[in-house]
Design a protein around this ligand. Structure first.
Ligand code: ADP
Length: 386
């Protein structure tokens, strides 16, 4: 087993198996931060350019990894990499850390610097993430923790990008409100023009409110991987709660909110997340549906999936937009776009995918859009059905 090891770390040839033992032993005293870097393009490159090129690249990466780690780690921390694998791992097992465990900021800082060193040597994209490991009984546990660390890293990045976009997007309405107010403060504006300016400023302020609401909703999504309740989620109960939430909005436009529970089912999903998913989809069904029409939630499924469908009788979604409406992107109100924060569906997608499910949009038999979420069933054995 080829391996790269920090020269200041006692075990000079740590592969992932050895690392699992070290982490297991250290975790008996305190949780061990496990930092993971992965080069997702590695495999494709090896396949495209041959084994030799792949080995050369792997050696260069291992060297860059070890050099960067040497600068940043302490005696007793461990690094590991198995030959042929695209994963490089660091365990902060140094006894000198006993007094103060590394903070999330420390872990992120180390990861970012090691990732930057690797990608500047290889020109390859590096995915990274970290997780605290409380127990590790062997290689299989370590593998799970590696996946968990990478998943956390993905979510952190997703949030970071999201907040960066929202922050940027908040400037537009703010600038527009300021512009209108400054014009209004100048004399010589007739009352009709002034009323128009005030109306626009109010609309922009409302949009800022929606952006902020979406931002808070998104920040409340649980970062942990295992947010599944011990008894699964009673989906029908969440459907009824979500209908109660949107009915006042629907009533304003004479829209009937109907439910069709074909069979009561439990899903492997956090109930709050299920409620949020349903509210987001139902609010859209009501928002985009016809006045005096109908929005409908159906609960069905097979042995493997709980299927939630939300139908409406609005304009539906054009085929070419069916992918992009789920992306985490905050839209303004430019051009012919409809008003909205554009966050609701991104949140819905995040919730569903985090649970291991899928979400898609098709045509509804009611004439508008059908949003369909496939969620993993909850197996009474205490685990999601596989
Ligand atoms: P918002 O509705 O606040 O813009 P969403 O993320 O919930 O944010 O929706 C993104 C976009 O997808 C909407 O702006 C709208 O164009 C479209 N959309 C969502 N749901 C529906 C629906 N039921 N019918 C038609 N269009 C929809």
């Amino acid at each position: 087993m080829d391996s790269a090891t920090n020269s200041r770390v006692p075990e000079r040839r740590a592969g992932l198996r050895t690392l699992a033992r070290r982490v297991g032993a250290a975790a008996r005293t305190a949780p061990v931060p496990l930092l993971v870097l992965r080069l997702p393009q590695f495999e494709r490159l090896a396949w495209r350019e041959g084994r030799r090129a792949a080995h050369r690249l792997e050696r260069a990466t291992a060297r860059a990894f070890a050099d960067a780690a040497r600068q940043l780690l302490r005696v007793g921390d461990a690094i590991a990499h198995d030959a042929g694998s695209d994963v490089f791992a660091i365990a902060m097992t140094s006894p000198s850390r006993a007094a103060r465990l590394p903070s999330p900021t420390d872990c992120r800082a180390v990861l970012e610097r090691v990732a930057a060193a690797i990608s500047s040597h290889t020109n390859l994209r590096v995915e990274c993430g970290w997780t605290p490991v409380a127990c590790c009984r062997g290689a299989a546990d370590l593998e799970r923790e590696i996946d968990r660390a990478l998943e956390r890293g993905r979510r952190e990045r997703e949030r970071y990008e999201f907040f960066a976009v929202v922050g940027h997007e908040l400037r537009t309405p703010l600038t527009s409100i300021r512009g209108y107010l400054e014009t209004l403060l100048e004399s010589g504006i007739d009352s009709v023009t002034a009323a128009g300016f005030l109306e626009t400023a109010r609309r922009e302020a409302l949009r800022m409110g929606r952006l902020l609401d979406g931002m808070f909703e998104f920040s409340l999504l649980d970062l942990s991987v295992d947010a599944i309740p011990p008894h699964g989620c009673d989906v029908a109960a969440q459907i009824f709660s979500a209908c109660d939430v949107v009915r006042p909005l629907a009533a304003q436009r004479g829209i009937r909110v109907a439910t069709a529970i074909e069979k009561k089912r439990k899903a492997a999903l956090d109930p709050d997340a299920a409620l949020q998913l349903l509210i987001n989809l139902l609010e859209n069904a009501v928002k985009y549906g016809r006045d005096g029409g109908e929005a409908r939630v159906t609960l069905s499924g097979d042995g493997e999936h709980v299927v939630l469908s939300v139908d409406d009788d609005g304009p539906g979604i054009a085929r070419e937009e069916r992918e992009s409406i789920f992306t985490l992107r905050v839209r303004g109100m430019q051009g012919g776009q409809r008003p909205g924060s554009g966050i609701g569906l991104a949140i819905a997608k995040t919730i569903v995918e985090r649970a291991g499910g899928e979400i898609r949009v098709t045509d509804s038999p009611l004439g508008g859009a059908r949003f369909e979420a496939l969620l993993p069933c909850w197996a009474e054995s205490g685990a999601p059905a596989s």
